[in-house]
Design a protein around this ligand. Structure first.
Ligand code: BG6
Length: 536
């Protein structure tokens, strides 16, 4: 924000919503089978989400969880382990022991190796027992919280054991469903993504499959569609006639932490751009869907990815930038460079930063660059979409002293200061015709005054209700890799010679600034990205 800018606060009071809090949706009765139940994802994300959904009454009385892990544990041991994870979860708010006691009675455990057929027999027997003795539901949701290399085996065994099959109850009309949730990465490139999709399709129908991208579970990400298609004010200008360029940033101050084993193989392009950032781009650029249902929304997103031409190696050289962090300072603390991190090769060429200029070749967006950047160890946490509008056709106030009205910007702030900022020009108070840049702020936190559910709560509830709108369809995954794989291939042939090329705590490599400067554009500064929500 500019230093002298005035601020117009458009904070909406929760009481301004006369309809009150809408009723919570209810999940179908089901048993959630978590494969990889002793891992980090289950402890940090899945179990807190399931616990909270149960506390607020979204799950049914027949809801149960069957954890599957390698260690020999009793049901009670498993419950104790899960309790520790949930109690320390930051997303939970206050932890209630009473509620935990009730919830934990619904947790069960089966031990076994996931490569071993016997494990699946034990899972099937466990589910049967839970159904007969404890009234658990016969609907099954399998959650693959496992390393990607295990997916083909697990899929084959779920198929062979009959657990993937959906059935109709003998007399009634009721369908007993079986669904599967798959976590990213959905492959490493187009070929491996196709192979994974094939193994999924050999066991499950596409409508049983939920490929999760946790960004789509964030309220602020879903709000992109509401902002665009729930208001008549913005959509008429949301096109090449008015928009100059679009910036999509996902900056993180954290380093690679304990995930170097995975990250060394992945890098920022596969880790963030191939999924989360392409999703943000699609939601920003897509045409209005004919309905808010899974196929209509996913169809339009896929059309966006398909409208982006595959990059040739020459285009990759012009429109992409890679970076890797060296040592530096973040929040007044010295931090290591990437190559000094645990389990990272001292000559690693893995990129921890990437910037890409995408071009969407369709009627709405022809000629408008979509710049996407993401990186670890950047100045601060910031995920936002900034839509920059063209200058006014006539510089009516250009001759008045010190005036140059900045072009309008709409910034959709995904996190951490969730909200929207609209930037526009206004007359400064005084006898002279001076103008200044002002900001109109909508802050999620203060406007609605309620806690947003975690992304996993939203997405798990959707799977349990059979709503796949916020999940990636098979053709979508392949369309994403069709864009990413040529970049990876071109990069592999031209190893970077300047790594590390940005300091931890900075804005990223200088080359990322040059990428935009060539078109007369510039990134918003990550370090100065305060929204004003904090002060309100
Ligand atoms: C994950 C990536 O998918 O998303 C991580 O693997 C990244 O590297 C994380 O840190 C970011 O998610 P969020 O919700 O914190 O922005």
């Amino acid at each position: 924000m500019t230093k002298n800018s005035a601020e117009i606060s458009a904070l909406v009071e929760a009481k301004a919503f006369p309809m009150g809090t809408p009723a919570l949706p209810k999940a179908d009765p089901c048993a959630v089978v978590i494969l990889g139940a002793l891992g980090d994802l289950t402890r940090r994300k899945l179990m807190p989400a399931l616990f909270h959904l149960t506390c607020v009454g979204c799950t049914s009385g027949q809801f149960t969880v069957l954890g599957v892990g390698r260690e020999e544990l009793t049901h009670e041991d498993f419950r104790l382990r899960m309790r520790a994870g949930v109690a320390e979860s930051k997303e939970m708010g206050d932890f209630s022991d009473d509620q935990w006691q009730q919830f934990s009675q619904r947790l069960y455990y089966v031990a076994g190796e996931l490569q071993d057929r016997q494990t699946y027999n034990r899972i099937a027997a466990g589910l049967q027992r839970m159904e007969e003795q404890d009234g658990a539901s016969a609907n099954h949701l399998f959650y693959l919280a496992t390393p990607p290399s295990l997916a083909p085996t697990i899929l084959a065994e779920l198929g062979a054991s009959g657990l993937a099959k959906e059935k109709w109850r003998e007399k009634g009309q009721e369908k007993v469903w079986s669904r599967i949730v798959v976590e990213k990465p959905f492959g490493q490139d187009l070929a491996s993504a196709r192979a994974l999709n094939e193994s999924i399709a050999s066991v499950f129908d596409e409508n049983q499959v939920y490929r999760i991208d946790h960004y789509l579970g964030k309220d602020t990400v879903q709000n992109i569609l509401v902002f665009r298609f729930g208001n008549s004010l913005f959509e008429p200008v949301w096109n090449r006639n008015y928009v100059d360029y679009v910036e999509i940033t996902a900056a993180e101050p954290i380093g690679v932490g304990s995930r170097a084993g995975y990250y060394e193989q992945s890098g920022a392009l596969r880790d963030m751009v191939a999924n989360h950032l392409l999703q943000l781009l699609a939601l920003t650029a897509m045409e209005p869907p004919v309905a808010m249902d899974a196929d209509s929304v996913r169809e339009e997103k896929t059309q966006v990815w398909r409208s982006i031409p595959k990059m040739t190696p020459e285009v990759v050289a012009q429109r992409t930038v890679r970076g890797q962090y060296g040592p530096g300072e973040i929040n007044s603390e010295r931090v290591l460079g990437y190559r000094d991190e645990n389990r990272v090769a001292t000559d690693s060429l893995t990129e921890t930063f990437v910037a890409v200029e995408f071009r969407i070749e369709n009627w709405r967006w022809g000629g408008v660059p979509f710049y996407v950047r993401t990186g670890k160890r950047l100045a601060r946490q910031l995920t936002e979409i900034a839509v920059h509008f063209k200058r006014t056709p006539q510089a009516l106030f250009a001759r008045t002293p010190d005036d140059r009205i900045e072009p309008n910007v709409i910034a959709l702030r995904i996190q951490p200061d969730e909200g929207i900022t609209i930037t526009f020009g206004a007359k400064r108070p005084g006898t002279a015709m001076h103008t200044g840049t002002v900001h109109m702020n909508f802050c999620y936190r203060t406007a609605f005054g309620v806690r947003s559910p975690s992304a996993y709560e939203t997405l798990l509830l959707d799977v349990m209700r059979g709503d796949a709108t916020l999940f990636t369809r098979r053709d979508g995954v392949e369309a994403q890799w069709r864009l990413i794989t040529p970049i990876e291939e071109a990069w592999a042939k031209q190893p970077p010679s300047d790594f590390p090329n940005y300091e931890a705590g900075s804005e990223g490599p200088a080359a990322a600034d040059e990428l935009l400067a060539r078109n007369g554009h510039s990134w918003r500064r990550i370090a100065d990205s305060s929204s004003g929500c904090e002060e309100s």
